[in-house]
Design a protein around this ligand. Structure first.
Ligand SMILES: [Zn+2]
Length: 466
């Protein structure tokens, strides 16, 4: 048995089983393990060495000599799950949480968010990212895929907080070549930073704000750098209809024709993906994933949600994101996962579809595929990086447990998270964040709110007209 430097004792472990849950959605639900995705291992220990999961063993099989001198976490009454992942967000936008609610999408962009973003300073972006990272870690999210401006400051916040992130510097064609070049330079220079916790992507905003020539150049740069392209596309069915009407091509068709799919992409939302798009996506299923952020679609009364079954049948990974908190109000991955699952059951009139194991698979293993980090994170298995979350299962709303996947997918909430480990390092202990001073960030951000939300200048960073 390998000697370890951190050991979690007496946990109930939601370990990876041999069969991915999403491939077995229709099996009877009486045996969670039989459906794959998740093995329920009571009274187990997890050994971590050099940031990696070294072993997962029954408590009785662990030789005490193997963790002599190691940090020991007693996880009695707790369930250990793989760190949750958020495959699409704009962390600094927590600054605008609740500042533009109960309005339609075009008004949300043109009258509220894009005018407010004119006011942003690097300090605002830094404080917003810090607050968001605090929210993510305390809710059990160990990795996030970010898309924003001022990415150097966000990268520094990631480094300091100890979280994992896939960072993309956003650009519009209206900026001229400078925006694209900034995104390329960031992706090139920051990839592998923070001891490997930071990976990068290119960040064209969307096919309606970045022209085809820039998308072609972006695809070429992504292939040259070996990174993916993180882009908003087919955000809803209205957008797809508008693209078909105006240019005779769906947004996914545009990504196909400009080489973005071939380069590898994280498609934010994809709620406007239609059956005709599937043949374009299928050949690139090994490098293209879709990030679904259901709460935003519901709050904005948008046309369509991410078509999970269509993408599942095409072999395309679907991950769970939250979008920025200006639109979704919270960065709650479990909430977005649960909403997607319930909508899938309700609209398909099929209660056997979108099982709990399948939903957890979206928030963990498939999210890792969307990030391009399959086989590195997204599950509890020896050999993977140690991104581990402990949830206190002694709470009344979590008892009794008949089916662990069901309890995690439909009963657990972010307040049940007590301990968070990223890359083998404890960053949250007893519901306390160890790496960031959140109180100071909140105080400073609160003072800056009047300047941040001022819209009297009459300008905006971009016009929304998809
Ligand atoms: Zn977004």
């Amino acid at each position: 048995m390998t000697a370890v430097d951190l050991v979690i004792r007496h946990a109930r472990v939601a370990a990876e089983s041999r069969r991915p849950a999403a491939r077995y959605p229709d099996l009877p639900r009486e045996d969670a393990a039989a459906r794959g995705g998740l093995s329920d291992l009571p009274a187990h220990s997890i050994g971590v060495r050099a940031g990696e999961i070294a072993w997962i063993l029954p408590d009785g099989d662990v030789d005490p000599a193997s963790f002599e001198g190691a940090e020991v976490i007693d996880a009695s009454g707790h369930v250990a799950i793989p760190g949750l992942m958020n495959s699409h967000t704009h962390t600094p936008m927590v600054m605008f949480r609740g500042a533009a609610s109960d309005v339609p999408t075009d008004e949300w962009f043109n009258q509220h968010v894009w005018p407010m973003e004119v006011n942003l300073t690097e300090r605002d972006i830094r404080l917003g990212a810090r607050l968001a990272i605090g929210e993510l870690l305390l809710s059990g999210v160990t990795s996030f895929a970010d898309h924003y401006f001022g990415m150097e400051a966000i990268a520094e916040e990631v480094e300091a907080a100890g979280i994992r992130a896939l960072l993309a510097s956003t650009f519009f064609s209206s900026e001229g070549p400078a925006g694209r070049e900034r995104s390329v330079a960031f992706a090139r220079d920051a990839d592998g930073a923070a001891g490997g916790r930071i990976t990068t992507a290119l960040g064209p905003h969307a096919p309606y704000t970045v022209d085809d020539d820039d998308l072609r150049l972006t695809a070429r740069d992504a292939e040259r750098l070996g990174v993916r392209v993180h882009i908003h596309a087919a955000e809803n069915l209205t957008q797809t209809a508008s693209s078909l009407h105006r240019r005779g091509r769906s947004p996914i068709g545009v990504l196909h024709d400009t080489g973005i799919l071939q380069a590898g992409a994280i498609i934010a939302h994809g709620a406007g993906i239609v059956p005709e798009d599937v043949d374009l996506l299928r050949p690139y299923a090994d490098r293209v994933g879709v990030a679904s952020c259901t709460k935003t679609y519901l709050l904005h009364a948008q046309e369509g949600t991410t078509p999970l079954r269509l993408l599942h049948d095409a072999g395309v990974s679907v991950g769970i994101g939250t979008d920025g908190a200006a639109g979704s109000i919270t960065l709650d991955v479990l909430e977005n996962m649960r909403l997607l699952g319930m909508i899938e059951k309700y609209t398909s009139k099929d209660a056997t579809w979108a099982t709990s194991a399948h939903l957890l698979d979206l928030a963990t293993r498939q999210n890792a595929e969307v990030f391009g980090l399959a086989g590195r994170v997204g599950a509890l298995r020896p050999g993977l990086r140690a991104d581990i979350v402990l949830m206190d299962f002694r709470a009344p709303h979590l008892q009794p447990v008949h089916d662990l996947a069901h309890s995690l997918a439909l009963s657990a909430h972010q307040g049940d998270v007590t301990t968070v480990i990223v890359d083998g390092r404890v960053v949250v202990r007893d519901r306390t964040l160890l790496t960031i001073d959140l109180e100071a960030a909140i105080d400073e951000l609160t003072e800056r709110l009047p300047a941040l939300t001022d819209r009297s200048h009459g300008r905006r960073v971009q016009d929304y007209a998809p």
